[in-house]
Design a binder for this molecule. Structure first.
Ligand code: GCV
Length: 684
């Protein structure tokens, strides 16, 4: 047994010079690094070489050794087994991790790293671990060229791109391999490397730039991460010089087949294409009077011979809406476009559905599309980058919110959950959907070339948690956070100071609810500044074409989406939710304004009026931020100084912004309603 040591002084905590080590500082590998480790499997496999290098790196840092399999190892890593995922057997003091592939073995290695000392000291065990979802993807909204409005990374809050700089793929891609290592440690194994808004320069990744894409793929491959590309539906015209991109045109079909053949000839383990079509100005099949099944199947046909997959996004809505027209409801759009196509998509198409029907809001209902397409492979799409949740300037640990979405049961208590649907186990799932394990999960990454990867160092927890929930969506968000703390803040002996653990939980555990409390109330959403989406602007989108309205007047607020008097959106849900949401008496408070237009004096199920709820939550939210700051400051040197400085800077901005949200929202609703705060607090 290794010696018990006290936690190191902060000055001894190693921070890698070029970029922060995130959840894989060498100290996090202390327990495994002190052991005798053996690796067996196909020596020519790149990922097996990675497992060996990982073992060498950890043991060199911590005094263990890489030994022959016959040399009585404490940990035997064996890539010659059968079955799914990896198997972990603890027998006496000896641990064996076996897997059918080197990538699965690598995931097993990182499982042992996560467990730390407990991996070796726990009771005898024989466990199988396999991911819940076959497809676990991170989407990057990175541009090759800096976009004049959206920058290098659309909705990126962590500097430039790790893939591109100066209008081309970076020469040095070592950071991409470091990224793949972080992802492998969570279980993510696919990355789409460019923005779904495919501009002219980025479109060329599919053709002229393939050798450069191959370099990125080579940088990701050692950690078992496969490469995907976002492609433009208009590519046959813009790149191929054809007069049309009609999905039923023979020349167009031939063009896509040839393009796919070339991609796989260059990158044999390429994953597939991601498509945003007929959405926010992107080209799509509607231009030819075709539907989205026609469009998706065109690409599916091209990639099928190579085992490729097409992620086709369901984020399709009218962004040129007339705010005067109360009958058009953006929330309805994805279901209206896609549900009628159920059963028509090819088996290698995954329809990728944002978790909510609007757009990654802090709170919105779960998309009914997820319950409306049993004969289609569906993926849940989340947003790790904090576009609407504080832009990595506010602490907002999103795992509790994602967990609610994954655990939502569209058919009520006892029915299947969203996490079952995207694993191919929803009610009425077609044989093809069940057999493929369905579409899994995807999310927009929050990573850039910032030294901490994510701008706010604590936003790393979101990336880590997304990977862990993609592997096992039933994990408890607080337990995932605990793992992240244990790895990221490990001292040299691999242990974390209890006070550090306590403070990080205090700052992060409830931070999503805190953020919700001082921003848009009761599920109404938006109220952000148009364009960049940071900070409050209650009416910022109210008279725009974007379809994100709250309809506040002197009497009340909210969107009537009922069947009885509103847009009928509630009717897109199966029972019981179609009725629960329809009825004011049963609609959950947190979604009240998403489904109903009510007077400010409407009494919530919590017992307070809507307007008083706005005041109370906005005052309380700012206090929670102050408490988080006090908790963080109490750490006083217990975390590395560079992390501490960045977090303090971000917390100061969070407080400034939360106060701005509080004062603008409270003032707006006081002026609209004329109803004073029952506690007489300052409202301007
Ligand atoms: C990539 C939102 C964002 C856009 C993004 C879009 C999408 O509208 O503001 O920046 O575009 O979602 O998901 O395609």
């Amino acid at each position: 047994m290794p010696d018990e040591k006290a936690s190191p002084a902060p000055s001894e905590i190693v921070v890698e010079p070029a970029w922060h080590a995130a959840w894989l500082p060498d100290a996090a590998l202390a327990a495994v690094g002190r052991r005798r480790v053996a690796v067996v499997g196909p020596a020519e496999d790149d990922v097996l070489v990675t497992v060996l290098r990982e073992a060498e790196r950890a043991t060199a840092a911590h005094g263990g050794d890489v030994v022959d399999p016959d040399g009585a190892p404490d940990l035997l890593l064996d890539a010659r087994a059968g079955g799914d995922g990896f198997r972990l057997v603890r027998d006496g003091g000896r641990l064996t991790v076996s897997a059918p592939t080197a990538t699965a073995l690598l995931h097993g290695w990182f499982h042992v790293v996560r467990l730390g000392e407990a991996a070796f000291t726990g009771p005898d065990a024989d466990e199988r671990h396999a991911p819940a979802f076959a497809l676990r993807v991170l989407d990057h909204w990175d541009n090759v060229d800096v976009h004049p409005v959206m920058g290098q990374v659309e909705r990126g809050y962590a500097g430039g791109s790790i893939f591109y700089a100066d209008g081309r793929v970076r020469d040095d891609l070592s950071r991409v391999t470091a990224y793949a290592r972080l992802l492998a440690a969570t279980g993510i194994d696919r990355v789409c490397i460019n923005n779904v808004n495919v501009h002219a320069r980025e479109a060329r990744l599919l053709t002229d730039d393939l050798p450069e894409v191959a370099r990125i793929a080579a940088a990701l491959r050692p950690y078992g991460v496969r490469t995907h590309l976002a492609v433009s539906f208009a590519a046959p015209m813009s790149l191929g010089g054809l007069p049309t991109s009609d999905p039923l045109d023979d020349d167009v079909r031939a063009w896509w087949r040839a393009a796919a053949d070339q991609v796989w000839a260059t990158i044999p383990d390429f994953g597939g294409f991601v498509v945003k079509a007929d959405s926010e100005g992107q080209p799509g099949p509607f231009a030819y009077g075709r539907d989205h099944a026609d469009g998706a199947n065109l690409l599916a046909d091209a990639v099928a011979p190579h085992g490729g997959v097409v992620h086709w996004r369901a984020f399709v809505y009218d962004h040129t809406q007339d705010w005067r027209d109360r009958s058009t409801d953006r929330a309805r759009a994805a279901y209206d476009h896609f549900a009628p196509l159920d059963g028509r998509f090819a088996d290698n198409v995954v329809v990728q559905v944002k978790h909510g029907p609007i757009d990654f809001q802090t709170r919105e209902a779960v998309s009914p599309v997820l319950a409306g397409m049993p004969a289609t492979r569906l993926a849940l799409e989340l947003q790790v980058t904090q576009e609407y949740t504080g832009q990595q300037r506010h602490v907002c640990y999103l795992a509790p919110w994602w967990s609610e979405n994954l655990g939502f049961r569209p058919w009520g208590e006892g029915g299947a959950a969203v996490r079952d649907v995207v694993a191919g186990r929803g009610p009425g799932a077609s044989a093809a959907v069940a057999a493929t394990g369905s579409g899994g999960i995807a999310a927009v990454s929050n990573v850039g070339d910032d030294v901490f990867w994510t701008g706010h160092p604590l936003a790393q927890a979101n990336l880590y948690a997304f990977g862990r929930l993609a592997w096992d969506p039933t994990l408890d968000p607080a337990a995932v956070l605990d793992e992240w703390i244990g790895l990221t803040f490990a001292g040299q002996d691999g242990a974390v100071e209890p006070r550090v653990r306590e403070v990080l939980h205090a700052v992060l555990d409830a931070s999503w609810r805190t953020y919700e409390s001082y921003t848009a109330p009761l599920g109404v959403g938006f109220m952000v500044r148009p364009g960049h989406h940071y900070g409050p602007d209650v009416d910022g989108y109210e008279y725009t074409p974007w379809g994100t309205y709250h309809f506040a007047d002197r009497d009340g607020i909210g969107v009537d989406r009922t069947r009885a008097t509103g847009t009928g959106f509630t009717g897109q849900y199966p029972a019981p939710w179609r009725d629960v949401y329809e009825d004011l008496a049963t609609c959950p408070d947190e979604l009240l304004l998403f489904f109903h237009h009510v007077p400010y004096t409407h009494v919530l199920r919590s017992g307070v009026t809507v307007v008083q709820h706005v005041y109370d939550t906005h005052f309380a939210g700012v206090e929670r931020v102050r408490e988080a700051i006090a908790a963080w400051e109490s750490l006083d040197g217990r975390v590395p100084s560079d992390v501490d400085a960045r977090v303090r800077e971000r917390l100061a901005e969070q407080l400034r912004s939360a106060v701005e949200w509080r004062d603008q929202l409270n003032t707006y609703f006081f002026r609209k309603s004329g109803i004073p705060d029952t506690h007489g607090r300052t409202i301007f």
